[in-house]
Ligand binder design. Sequence first.
Ligand SMILES: Nc1ncnc2c1ncn2[C@@H]1O[C@H](COP(=O)(O)OP(=O)(O)O)[C@@H](O)[C@H]1O
Ligand SMILES: [Mg+2]
Length: 246
Amino acid sequence: MRFYIGLCFGPAGVGKTLSARRCANWDLAEPLIEDWGPRSPDDDRVHAALVRSRAVFYTASVLGTWRDLRDTVYEHMEKVGICIREHIGPAGLRRRDHGRSRLVDVLIVDESERLSNTAVELIRDIFDRTGVGLILIGMPGMEKRLSRYPQLYSRIGFAHHYRPLQSDELTFVLTRHWRRLGLALDEADFTDAQAVASIARITGGNFRLLERMLVQIGRILKINDLSTITDDVVEAARSTLVIGAT
Ligand SMILES: Nc1ncnc2c1ncn2[C@@H]1O[C@H](COP(=O)(O)OP(=O)(O)O)[C@@H](O)[C@H]1O
Ligand SMILES: [Mg+2]
């Protein structure tokens, strides 16, 4: 089986990193992979998670050299492979696990727009040598830049454009946040509808801005002992944020 390259791109704050780390179970795996200290009985939970994701998550750095990149990626693939093997044992190995592909199915590279030209070539080399699937995550525009690398570009199997939350998705998220604040969001209620519209306008459906807005809204409710999120509350929350700086 041959894996392909996937591109995921979208503006800052739409949830690219969070969703990729979730897929890779990386919040769980990262401490173990990074520290690689003495084993503990707790590790098996992490091994099991890595058997499910079979992924390595790597964040391209601004100043890192291509050697750092190569060494870190290979090392992390090796370590994740060891964790997987630990959990499934020799009997559980699939046919392709014996090949060069090791046991990792996918390498996810976040902030790919930071990759230098050499680093892009290196990533393609890792892809070619190991046969690992590759997902490149980055800002819009990254896909155009990669089109200058025909050998890589021709192997792209899919491109996913992350978009900000649309209005029904935003309402869904806000309903849950309202509930967390002990309130009930009612779309038919004028005050609620107005507050939702303001939040939509201010955040543009951007998760990061939304999160920061909601923290401020929570604080303003508490400080002023309010139990309704009105347009004024939303406006007060907005004024505490420097919108645009993410
Ligand atoms: N599905 C989600 N549900 C709730 N919050 C989210 C979700 N996705 C992202 N966020 C929040 O939005 C913020 C930005 O997400 P992030 O993944 O860092 O965006 P990006 O990598 O696209 O810039 C984070 O603080 C994160 O906690
Ligand atoms: Mg990110």
